[in-house]
Design a protein around this ligand. Structure first.
Ligand SMILES: [Zn+2]
Length: 115
């Protein structure tokens, strides 16, 4: 079953699929939206609003590039996984733990058809 990744519903369903497949379903059920990140030059952003709602925003500029969109989603999902780390830099940054998580996904084959 292929999802329509041109809609936010399709993106959110893909998130659920990746969550189940690569994160044992342990990431929170959050929405993934086609919406410009705060910095519109960024491909995507994981945001926690002041009311506690968490979302991943993916820049609509990526819409025509499905592989890049999926790679970007997996990247943001690593930030989601690390979101509760006591050091906030670990959540938002691309340090050692972030790379470890990306490598874990790569070894599981998450990027196999994407790069
Ligand atoms: Zn990042």
């Amino acid at each position: 079953m292929d999802l329509d990744l041109t809609t936010s519903v399709g993106l959110s369903n893909q998130y659920l699929r990746y969550n189940k497949k690569y994160f044992l379903g342990r990431l929170p059920r959050i929405g993934v939206l086609w919406r410009k990140p705060y910095d519109s030059n960024h491909a995507a952003e994981f945001v926690t609003y002041t009311d506690g709602v968490e979302v991943i925003l993916i820049n609509p500029k990526l819409k025509r590039f499905e592989n890049y969109t999926l790679q970007t989603m997996l990247h943001e999902m690593c930030h989601v996984k690390l979101r509760n780390h006591p050091n906030p830099k670990v959540c938002t940054g691309h340090g050692k733990l972030f790379h470890k998580e990306m490598l874990r996904l790569a070894k599981l084959g998450a990027f196999r058809s994407l790069w």
